[in-house]
Ligand binder design. Structure first.
Ligand code: FAD
Length: 334
């Protein structure tokens, strides 16, 4: 039996692990991670499907394929009876700017979604903005989606172990192949200095009367999930500060209220900080590692999704599973 280890239990690790079980039903799949569910970065993400143009795979074609595969995957969940349990919903809203027309365009998203149109004059006047698009896209809420994937993984016989991995060498005896889905942890685990945190701070607010999403200048966003609305945010490059900052909170709240004054009536349920695992290019690659004692280990990397890991993890995980299958071919034996 093929033994596969998956390092990481965020949205990328859980997605990869369940896709591996589907593609290789005879394999034993084990997840190893030091943080789970509400302790992961994935848990606090709003989960909107709206790639930034800086989201990059190795080629523009691969980037588009990851996004198309991901959108189709979530759309299929949306159209099934599992949508609410999995935390997947359809969401419409506005990208608005008073500064630049490019802010409201999105060449990666436009070809995927059913609705992407310029705002009408009345819509722009209502929000006192110069440029705008109205978009219908998807949102996946990890507070539902990660437990959903965890249940699928366990039901199929997957094992979960809480453990911090300090070197891939530790895993060489126990696994034939390892998928590395360690997010920001890859900086240390792989010595990958191109991995950089981008700090994000948000409010989670109960305001059920707000149905549409809003994105505006200065990283201000209001993104309604199932139960709570994510109100953000910040994008602080190379900041490791995982504490709440009262100055950021004040600025975020002031900007959000200016867009949607009725938010003031909402109940602030909690605040949250997460470090987006940014890498200039998301890494989905295979590698055969050789350690000092001569031992070898086949590794498939799947990390560095930055601010887009929830939306893009199905596509990158399908790619990672294809690389695992390639490494399991007899010709690639160590
Ligand atoms: C404020 C904010 C808003 C966001 N909004 C969105 C959004 O709207 N849409 C979107 O798509 N994305 C969004 N993101 C980005 C998204 O959260 C990330 O891209 C995604 O969560 C990355 O998932 P991951 O599984 O790689 O990382 P994580 O969720 O951080 O999981 C990493 C896992 O690896 C494990 N690990 C790491 N190192 C080790 C080690 N050495 N040993 C053992 N285990 C290890 C950890 O314990 C954890 O289980 C947002 C992020 C932030 C901060």
């Amino acid at each position: 039996m093929v033994r596969i280890g998956v390092v990481g239990a965020g949205v990328v690790g859980l997605t990869t692990a369940t896709f591996l079980q589907e593609a290789l039903p005879e394999a034993s799949v084990v997840i190893l991670a030091d943080r789970f569910l509400q302790d992961t970065v994935s848990d606090g993400a709003a989960g909107i499907f709206r790639p930034g143009l800086q989201f990059q795979g190795p080629t523009p074609e691969i980037t588009r394929k990851w996004l198309k595969d991901s959108y189709t995957y979530y759309k299929n969940i949306l159209d099934s009876d599992k949508a609410a349990e999995a935390g997947v919903k359809s969401l419409s809203g506005y990208a608005l700017s008073s500064k630049h027309p490019n802010i409201v365009k999105n060449s990666l998203l436009e070809p995927l979604v059913d609705e992407f149109r310029p705002c009408t004059k009345a819509e722009l006047e209502l929000h006192n903005m110069k440029y705008g698009s109205f978009v219908t896209t998807l949102l996946t809420e990890c507070r539902r989606y990660q437990p959903y994937l965890t249940n699928i993984f366990k039901r199929r016989g997957g094992r979960i172990i809480q453990r911090k991995i300090t070197s891939f060498e530790e895993l060489a005896d126990d696994f034939d192949i390892v998928c590395n889905c360690s997010g920001i942890g890859a900086k240390e685990l792989c010595g990958d200095m191109t991995v950089t945190p981008i700090r994000g701070q948000v409010f989670k607010v109960r305001a059920p009367w707000i149905k549409n999403f809003f994105y505006t200048d200065y990283d201000t966003y209001i993104l309604p999930g199932f139960d709570l609305i994510t109100v953000g945010g910040t994008r602080q490059f190379d900041s490791y500060n995982d504490e709440l900052c009262p100055h950021d909170a004040a600025a975020i709240w002031e900007r959000a209220i200016a867009i949607l004054p009725s938010l003031k009536e909402g109940e602030i349920v909690r605040q949250w900080v997460g470090l987006r695992p940014y890498r200039p290019m998301v890494r989905v690659e295979k590698e055969i590692m050789t350690f000092n004692n001569g031992k070898k280990l086949k590794v498939v990397h799947n990390y560095g999704h930055g601010g887009y890991g929830v939306m893009s993890s199905p596509g990158t995980s399908m790619h990672a599973v294809a690389l695992v299958k390639e490494l399991l071919q007899p010709k690639s034996l160590l």
